[in-house]
Design a binder for this molecule. Structure first.
Ligand SMILES: *Cc1c(COP(=O)(O)O)cnc(C)c1O
Length: 448
């Protein structure tokens, strides 16, 4: 039988698979400015993905920010093979197992014991829902049921299930479903691109915190929690902000008795330079959501870590005061084992230290772009680098994406924001490859 080609898989996928975050018709419009290519992947190795026609693509965005240590990582593969032979799954209600216990203990230790109780689910949006429900239920359990509202930042993204959309402020994901959603209050973002003349990023952070304070003064009595993406608002287009905002938000949340939920789904696991992004503000949240990179990009896994105070408020003889939330695959042993193998790599390879050099390399790979008259706001936080492109072309992001694929790079802009978020195993040469692909793709996309 002939080896299947890209064309075979393309046709079959287009007819049978409904792809996420995609206008399926764009896949069919070959040769038009709006065409979105569909790339069948045969295998992955390190930072590279290979299609069925032996073309390769450097994964510049870690496959939607999940893959930390490359595809087919030998150490994670070995851990998973071992786990597969031992225990693939057991329900977590009434049962427990080694990977879930060890992972919970290690995550607690990574928060200095501040968040010592790990609740499990499979995807990021579920972690958001769990954190919101826990916060709401905590206030009810302690006799303050009026604290039932949530705050989120302008441009926030916390997932796309109906509950998570309540705290997501991205119009293309939210507007169509607005009638289904019990929307949270959106407060100003500390995004430093909003600086007025003479303002530093810390000034923008203080101005946004002042707006939070004004809101809490009036409505704090009814607010359960503020949810934030610490330091970088990913889906907003890598909006970055000063840690000062988190320090002030922590103080205000304490003063007005509001939980601070840190959604570290994208920025956790070393992405911004510290293991958790909130560490850069020297604070701790009351609840923290993790997913994406925690399993090394191998298996769906999400975790909500909570403080003793929150956990203890659920302890009672009554079942209705318990947190009854569950998913079938909660605490899946394979996913937990992938996470343990991922944490092992952080320790054995001193990843946070090594990443500092790689982040510098990313900075120099993107620096030449600032000469381009349409490139604005080049910015970076650890292993995330981004810039905005000034263009009125509604097809820019797809044109750029296609042009980058032609240059053996997977770089998928968010609107007019081009960003790099590579796996941590990326080499200096591979970072240069991404830089070259970006400048070429930028020229192609802007003249095409
Ligand atoms: C991706 C993401 C989510 C949602 O995670 P899913 O697994 O896609 O549901 C939530 N919050 C942030 C900050 C994210 O980046």
């Amino acid at each position: 039988m002939a080896k299947p080609s890209n064309a075979d898989w393309l046709a079959r996928s287009q007819s049978a698979v409904w792809h996420p975050c995609t206008q399926m018709q764009h896949h069919a419009q070959t040769g038009t400015p709006g065409h979105l290519p569909l790339v069948p992947i045969a295998r992955g190795q390190g930072a590279w993905l290979y299609d069925f026609d032996d073309k390769r693509y450097l994964d510049g965005i870690s496959s939607w920010w999940t893959n930390l240590f490359g595809h087919a990582n030998p150490r994670i593969n070995a851990a998973l093979r071992d786990q597969l032979e031992t225990l693939e799954h057991v329900m977590l209600a009434g049962f427990t197992h080694q990977p879930v216990v060890e992972l919970s203990e290690r995550l607690s230790a990574l928060t200095g014991g501040a968040l010592g109780h790990a609740f499990y689910a499979s995807d990021g949006a579920s972690a958001t829902e769990i954190a919101l429900k826990m916060s709401f239920h905590y206030w009810r359990n302690i006799g303050r049921p009026e604290k039932a509202e949530f705050l989120c930042l302008q441009g926030s993204y916390h997932g796309e299930t109906v509950g998570a959309l309540a705290v997501t402020d991205v119009a293309i994901f939210k507007d169509a479903y607005a009638p289904l959603v019990r929307a949270a209050t959106v407060i100003p973002s500390p995004d430093f691109r909003q600086a007025e003349a003479g303002e530093s990023p810390a000034d923008v952070a203080r101005r946004a915190a002042a707006a939070l304070e004004t809101h809490l003064e009036k409505h704090g009595e009814n607010i359960a929690a503020l949810i934030v993406e610490p330091l970088v608002q990913g889906a907003a287009g890598m909006a970055m902000y000063d840690p000062e905002y988190l320090r002030l938000a922590r103080q205000l949340c304490d003063r007005y008795e509001v939980h601070l939920i840190c959604d570290e789904i994208a920025v956790g696991c070393g992405r911004t330079g510290t293991f958790f992004a909130h560490e850069q503000a020297e604070i701790r949240p009351d609840l923290m959501c993790l997913s994406k990179g925690i399993s090394g990009g191998y298996l769906p896994l999400s975790i909500v870590l909570s403080s003793d105070t929150i956990y203890n408020a659920f302890l009672d003889d009554s079942v209705t005061r318990a947190f009854l939330h569950s998913h079938s695959y909660t605490g899946n042993p394979l996913a937990c084992r992938a996470a343990l193998a991922t944490l092992d790599i952080f320790l054995s390879d001193d990843v946070l230290t090594v990443n500092r050099k790689k982040a510098q390399k990313m900075e120099s790979a993107l620096a030449p772009q600032t000469d381009h008259p349409q490139v604005k706001n080049l910015r970076q936080r650890g292993m995330i680098a981004a810039f905005d492109v000034e263009t009125a072309d509604p097809h820019f992001s797809r044109k750029f994406y296609r042009a980058a694929l032609e240059r053996e790079a997977l770089i998928r802009p968010i609107g007019n924001t081009v960003y790099l978020m590579p796996p941590y195993i990326v080499s200096d040469e591979e970072i240069e490859h991404l830089g070259t692909a970006i400048s070429g793709a930028l020229n192609d996309a802007l003249i095409e």
